[in-house]
Design a protein around this ligand. Structure first.
Ligand SMILES: CC(C)(COP(=O)(O)OP(=O)(O)OC[C@H]1O[C@@H](n2cnc3c(N)ncnc32)[C@H](O)[C@@H]1O)[C@@H](O)C(=O)NCCC(=O)NCCS
Ligand SMILES: Nc1ncnc2c1ncn2[C@@H]1O[C@H](COP(=O)(O)OP(=O)(O)OP(=O)(O)O)[C@@H](O)[C@H]1O
Length: 220
């Protein structure tokens, strides 16, 4: 997904990355409420010496225990979704004026209630063997560790069925790049953004109208 969203970003699109948010101050840094709950439920042994979350250790716990994974999800996902929503609104505000926003979400179909508001759902696909070997290489994991992580998610075949577009990323980066270019031009030519503009305009004029009434009441 990150490989594909990086191309969209290069093409000038607005991108919101759930994984990045999951690592940020609002979610797992020592001042965040989710951080405190993680320490409360998982203990200080999931912390590094500097107080930050030991991702390797927490990963080893949650990817071998479904209940603990669900617990972690229940602590982090509300914060991640709240931050995503704020960023979406920012991009749709008239000053920024983006027609659409690309959301990079690993657990979109499993947990995200946002799907019903999404016109386009893109699944980035490759065969399981390639997926596991790329994950092993990127995260420096053993085969069983990488398999535990892929099994913690809906299979790509199932996700494929729920998608409106599929990008086949089994080949080289050039082949992926070409597919993204094609999807990008399809999205650029789409008029789907118009209904979002109408909703944003209507909400803003509603808020503006309310503020006007309140000011009038206050001054009279
Ligand atoms: C458990 C954590 C600390 C492990 O960090 P680490 O850097 O070792 O792994 P990384 O984040 O790169 O994830 C490894 C792989 O597991 C997947 N994954 C991550 N969290 C989850 C989850 N809760 N359920 C299923 N798959 C997950 C990722 O998409 C990736 O493919 C981290 O993944 C985390 O904080 N997860 C909870 C937040 C979350 O659900 N993030 C993903 C969706 S927004
Ligand atoms: N077409 C490709 N050819 C070779 N390597 C690739 C290709 N696409 C992605 N990779 C590599 O595979 C790894 C995983 O890709 P990427 O980070 O884009 O996946 P992701 O879906 O965002 O991952 P996750 O949800 O696990 O964070 C990265 O190291 C990336 O460089």
């Amino acid at each position: 997904k990150s490989t594909v969203t990086a191309i969209f970003q290069e093409l000038g699109c607005a991108v919101i990355d759930a994984d990045l948010i999951a690592r940020q101050a609002t979610v797992v840094q020592p001042t965040a409420p989710a951080y405190k709950s993680i320490v409360h439920y998982f203990g200080k042994e999931v912390l590094l010496e500097n107080g930050e979350i030991n991702r390797e250790k927490l990963g080893a716990i949650i990817f071998s225990d479904q209940e603990k994974r669900q617990l972690l999800n229940s602590l982090t996902h509300p914060e991640i979704q709240k931050t995503m929503l704020k960023q979406i609104l920012k991009y749709f505000m008239l000053v920024l004026g983006f027609r659409y926003v690309i959301l990079d979400i690993p657990l979109l179909f499993e947990t995200n209630k946002l799907t019903r508001f999404m016109k386009h759902k893109v699944v980035v696909y490759c065969d399981l063997e390639t997926q596991i070997s790329r994950l092993m290489y990127r995260n420096n994991l053993s085969q069983p560790e990488a398999e535990a992580r892929t099994h913690a998610q809906m299979s790509l075949e199932e996700k494929w069925k729920l998608a409106s577009h599929v990008i086949d990323n089994s080949g080289n980066q050039d082949s992926t790049y070409r597919q993204v270019l094609q999807l990008h031009s399809q999205l650029e030519n789409s008029l789907d953004f118009l209904w979002i503009r109408v909703i944003v305009m209507a909400s803003l004029s509603g808020i503006g109208g309310l503020a006007y009434i309140l000011i009038r009441q206050f001054l009279s």
